[in-house]
Design a protein. Sequence first.
Length: 227
Amino acid sequence: MSTPAGQAATLYDPRRYAEGHLMDAGGLVGWLSRRRAAVILSLVRRAMRRTPTRRVLDLGCGYGELLAMLPPGLDLTGVEINAAALAEAARRNPSARLVQADAAALPFAPDSFDLVVCSEVMEHVDDPGLLARSLGRIVRPGGHVCLTVPNELVTFLGRFALGKKPYRSPAHKTVFTPARLARVMDLPRVAKASVPLPGLPFVLSSNTAGLFQRDGAEAGSGQEARP
């Protein structure tokens, strides 16, 4: 039995609904979530080698698992719309600044961050282009944006295998491919990777990840600094 659109919108209101602690889950779902985190951390380290990075935003930080995995010594900010998830993120990350906000109305001045991580958020918003422009505004010139989005086919098959209806997630409003993500972001992409394995073709991947860099005085030649 399908869920009516209006009812689905209520059930999947991100202010009240949460998927659960995916990184702590067992089985394939938990493993894929942890592999996604590992790919993100690899791209974060790559961004840090490319340009000085201190101020980091995790947009859609959920329960704060990824914030807690980021390298030490960073000035961390997390944004989450779900109050319960944000409270747990604060407990996990007592030194981070945690803000409850909607991705469509980010309360940050231009050039506020050296790096923005936005994992599994873009597919949920009504206007991905608006969010992309906001990310390009709040990251400083030469700074980076790290994005991940799901492979909707794999999500569909996973929900089908689990008997989770509707099989197409009503929380996902836009279907992305790596090329579409790059077009929406409209910043130079300096690296991309797949989940669970960085070199896996997208059709076989659960997620795609991209590292984008805002043009500017500190963007440099694209050469990575030596560790």
